[in-house]
Every structure is written in structure tokens, then in C-alpha cells.
Design a protein around this ligand. Structure first.
Ligand code: MSP
Length: 517
């Protein structure tokens, strides 16, 4: 048990029909940055990710690959775990929906919903998209060139008729609307909340929650021949991971309700309509927030396997290193908006902020400390107004960053941090410490002391987004305590501390040749 406040954050669990690409890396990265931020800010964090392994889409992909479904899932799920390691995600758990504990949790939830009278048996006759694993009403469909009916996502749909159990979703319209309007920002960003609200206002039909024409899923308890609809199965992973159905489990007690379900805009309806309705029906507390982020395109084009333009995160990391990839994805696009990936933008943004920005500031400062101050943090004399000003804005930066992070405004948090590195650059240009060595060494010491403390604090602040780079700076400065409690005036660098010979942390990248991808 800990007396720290708890914070529970989840990623969507990834379908194992596809190898991981940049879109998947993005969702989990955002959660990782949030999780690391909260840990450094004094929270006890549970950060959950994993893979979604049941349903028709996976069953068909396994059949296409000519392997039994579980063997197929083992292989692809392992690839997602490799991505998690390569991206340096700090998740506490990686859940798989084929685990026994999960089957137990979903079956339990089903029984609760059934016992409370929210499930009834009927026949489903309608449209289904295997790619989206979603049911669609006739009025939502369009027709493709070849006459193929298409879902609003562009995915093909097929006609399905089968016995099915239904969940009384229609009973939750009012409660859901009240949830959206309670002022607690259940759905973020705001524009997405409006989208969800108008979907619910348009009227809710009961939801088919079992399938009986295939078998790859969690069996419906006591009703042979039915497996659960993959979305009721998948959403429940957020409960399984913390011990449900044992509501006395320590993790359940500490972490439910979740603070934040991070999702892409394409799966908002499942998280902001179906999921709270299931939980309301089961009398379980609701998660505090669902944040729907935007989608990446590649050099202006939709990313798709068939277009062959999938951005491979492993390849990107190979070319540019991990931390620049982490930085770019969250710095480039306001979180919540769609964004376009281009190598040119990647190189320009990383060079400006990392190599020429913070990296250069740290390299210049620490090289002077190393050469001119016998490789020790110098002893400062009295601070001038300029010194005091930059130190106090550095000390207060965490408040600005925290306010942005609490709204998942990652790009603004990063902008604030890197604008401060630019302020450090301005300070160094005005103070010109390199000229002071002979004329006024005491003043040189003070200027370098101030700059070193600015770098110390910036290095602490960048840890959630660039853990390795933050650690490199802090190693050079011989700083051991690295949490946000160490920020501010009470924890300034101790004069006389020896520092390591500074090494460049951020390389400068070459622009790609015109026309190259
Ligand atoms: N299995 C479901 C989620 C179940 S959660 C209870 C699923 N899986 S998914 O693998 O298709 O997608 C997972 C996440 O990746 C989604 O949040 C989706 O938005 C995100 N992305 C997939 N492609 C993307 C981009 N091109 N850009 C940004 N994110 C995208 O949905």
C-alpha cells in the first residue's frame, strides 16, 4: 500500500491481425509520456497496454496465414511486445485477451448484465464490418464503385443473419447524455464530445453482443454456440488487469475507476457510448476520461497496408534513434488533431529543437564548465535581475507543463519546455560567458551556474518524453534525485560537484533528398 495518489491510464488493446505501425506506436507513446509524467509528479501509476486477440477478423487472418488462431496471436502479440520494449514504454502490464483471467472477468461481467436484466436473446439481421468489428445501420452505408456497400470508415460490410444476444443499450440514452453534460470532460477534445453527443441524441438501438456463426471468442456462459462480440470482450480488459471480478483486489481498490482511456478517434464510439453503458448497467463506477486523438497520414496519404505506405516504427528508430521519434510524434501535431508525417518535417523539427536547441545550449554550457571551471559546478556570486528572472521562470515551468499535461496538450507542454531552452540560448548570447573568463571570472561562474541549473531542470522535465536523453544530461551533472519534487529553488545544483566531460546528446540530421520519401 502506498499513500501516493493513484493514476490509472490505458491504451486500446491492439488487434493482432496487423504488424505494429506508427499509429499504434503513437497511442501507446502518448500514454507512456502521461504515465512517466505522473510517476515523476508523485503518483502511483498503473499503465496498461496489450493485445485484442478474439473475433472474426483475427480468426480470418489466422486462417489466411494457415495457422491455428492462438499460435497466430502468440506471434503477432510478441511483435507488439517488442515494439513496447523498443519504444521504451513503461507499462506495468501487457494484457492479452486470450488469457484465462480475462475470460473469467468477461464471463463474470456478462452474468452480471444478464442477471440485472440487460441482456435478451433475439436474431441479428444486418450489416457487419469484419475490418471494424462493428455493426452498421443501413442509413450509415455508402456504395463503392463496384457496388460493394461500405461503412463510414470505408471498410466493406457484409450481411449477417444469426441468433444473437442483445444488450439493452437503448435504455441508457438519458444517462449517457447526462454524463456528457456533467461538466467533467468525460470525452476530450470538446469537438469529439459533440460528435458523441449527437450520435446518442440520434437514438440508440440495442447492441448485438454475441456471435454464433464462428467460434473464436470467449464463450457466452451457459449459452452454447455463442461467443461474445469482440468489443464487449475487449473493453473489459481494463477491468481484468486490475483484478476484476475480485473488487476487493488491491489493484482494483487502488485504480478503478480509470483516470484516462486513451483511444484513436476511430474507436471513440465504443469507449464513450458502449463502455459507460455496460458499466452503468453493471453498477460499476465510470472511467473519468476518454481522450480521442487524431490520425497520422504519410506524406499526405492515408496510411494503409494496401497502399504500401505504412510507417514502420522500428525502421524510424533505426534511422533517427528512439528519443527523436518520441519527441517528434508528440511535438509536431496538436494532440487530438490529425497530422501528416514527413521526413522533412521530422528532420527540421528535431534539428531546431533538439540538436540546435536544448542540445546546443547544454553542450556550450557544460563544455565551458568542464574547461573553465575545473569540471566542477562553479560557485555563484550574487545574482543579477536577469539571473533571477531566468531562474524563477525555470522554477515555475513545471506549473505550465503540468497544466498542459492534465489536458493531454502534449505539444503545448513540449513547446513550453523548448521555448524555455530558447530563452536559455538568449541569456547565454546576452551574457557572453566565453568573454568573461579573463575579464570577470566571478561573473562567468555565476552565469555558468545559472545556466547549469536551467539545464538540470530542463533535463528533469524532458524525462517523460525523452527518458534516455534526460538521463544522459542528468548523468553528466551527477544528479541522482530526478523526480519533479527536485525542481525549483530549494534543490539548486551544489557548487563544487564534479561533472562528466559533456557528450553530444542529440545528433543533427540531414534533410532527405527531394523526392525521397
Ligand atoms: N482492438 C481495437 C481496440 C480495442 S480497445 C478495448 C483496435 N485496435 S487497432 O489495432 O485497430 O487500433 C488501435 C489504435 O491504433 C487505435 O486507437 C487507432 O486509432 C490507432 N491507430 C491506428 N492507425 C492509426 C493512424 N494511422 N494514426 C494514429 N493512430 C492510429 O481498434
Amino acid at each position: 500500500m502506498t499513500d501516493k495518489p493513484a493514476y490509472y491510464i490505458t491504451t486500446p488493446i491492439y488487434y493482432v491481425n496487423d504488424v505494429p505501425h506508427i499509429g499504434h506506436a503513437y497511442t501507446t507513446l502518448a500514454c507512456d509520456v502521461m504515465a512517466r509524467f505522473k510517476r515523476l509528479d508523485g503518483y502511483d501509476v498503473m499503465f496498461l497496454t496489450g493485445t485484442d486477440e478474439h473475433g472474426q477478423k483475427i480468426e480470418r487472418s489466422a486462417a489466411d496465414a494457415g495457422v491455428p488462431p492462438l499460435e497466430f496471436c502468440d506471434k503477432v502479440s510478441a511483435r507488439f511486445q517488442e515494439l513496447a520494449d523498443a519504444m521504451n514504454y513503461s507499462h506495468n502490464q501487457f494484457i492479452r485477451t486470450t488469457e484465462e483471467r480475462h475470460k473469467k472477468a468477461v464471463q463474470h461481467l456478462w452474468k452480471v448484465l444478464e442477471d440485472k436484466g440487460f441482456i435478451y436473446q433475439d436474431n441479428y439481421a444486418g450489416w457487419y464490418s469484419v475490418r471494424d468489428e462493428a455493426f452498421y445501420a443501413e442509413k450509415e452505408l455508402t456504395e463503392g464503385e463496384d457496388g460493394q456497400k461500405l461503412a463510414p470508415t470505408g471498410a466493406p460490410v457484409e450481411w449477417v443473419e444469426e441468433p444473437s444476444f442483445f444488450f439493452k443499450l437503448s435504455a441508457f440514452e438519458e444517462q449517457l447524455l447526462a454524463l456528457y453534460d456533467n461538466g467533467q470532460e468525460f470525452v476530450m477534445p470538446k469537438s469529439r464530445l459533440n460528435e458523441v453527443r449527437s450520435f446518442v441524441k440520434g437514438g440508440l438501438e440495442d447492441l448485438s453482443i454475441s456471435r454464433s456463426s464462428f467460434t473464436w471468442g470467449v464463450p457466452v456462459p451457459e449459452h452454447e454456440g455463442h461467443v461474445m462480440y469482440v468489443w464487449i470482450d475487449a473493453l473489459t480488459n481494463y477491468l481484468t488487469a486490475i483484478g476484476y471480478p475480485d473488487v476487493d483486489a488491491a489493484d482494483y481498490q487502488a485504480f478503478w475507476p480509470a483516470d484516462l482511456h486513451m483511444v484513436g478517434k476511430d474507436i471513440l464510439r465504443f469507449h464513450a457510448v458502449y463502455w459507460p453503458a455496460f458499466l452503468m448497467a453493471a453498477d460499476l463506477p465510470l472511467p473519468k476520461r476518454v481522450f480521442a486523438h487524431g490520425w497520422w497520414t504519410n506524406e499526405g496519404q492515408k496510411i494503409s497496408k494496401s497502399l504500401g505506405n505504412v510507417i514502420d516504427p522500428f525502421e524510424l528508430m533505426e534511422s533517427y534513434g528512439l528519443d527523436p521519434v518520441r519527441f517528434f510524434l508528440l511535438r509536431e501535431v496538436p494532440f487530438g488533431n490529425d497530422g501528416d508525417f514527413s521526413r522533412k518535417a521530422f528532420v527540421l523539427t528535431c534539428n531546431a529543437n533538439l540538436a540546435k536547441g536544448l542540445g546546443n545550449l547544454a553542450q556550450r554550457t557544460l563544455s565551458m564548465v568542464f574547461k573553465n571551471c575545473e569540471a566542477q559546478i562553479p560557485v555563484p556570486s550574487e545574482f543579477t535581475n536577469e539571473d533571477k528572472e531566468i531562474l524563477s521562470t525555470t522554477d515555475n515551468l513545471i506549473q505550465i507543463v503540468r497544466a498542459h499535461m492534465d489536458q493531454q496538450e502534449f505539444h503545448s507542454a513540449l513547446e513550453a519546455i523548448f521555448a524555455h531552452a530558447a530563452a536559455g540560448d538568449k541569456y547565454i548570447s546576452v551574457q557572453e560567458p566565453w568573454k568573461l573568463k579573463k575579464t570577470d571570472p566571478e561573473r562567468m561562474n555565476t552565469v555558468l551556474y545559472v545556466l547549469s541549473d536551467v539545464i538540470r531542470q530542463l533535463a528533469i522535465l524532458i524525462q517523460p518524453i525523452m527518458p534516455e536523453s534526460g538521463a544522459k544530461f542528468l548523468d553528466m551533472l551527477k544528479i541522482e534525485d530526478r523526480s519533479f519534487a527536485e525542481l525549483g529553488a530549494d534543490h539548486r545544483l551544489a557548487p563544487g560537484t564534479p561533472i562528466d566531460k559533456p557528450e553530444g546528446v542529440f545528433p543533427q540530421f540531414e534533410l532527405p533528398e527531394e523526392g525521397a520519401e
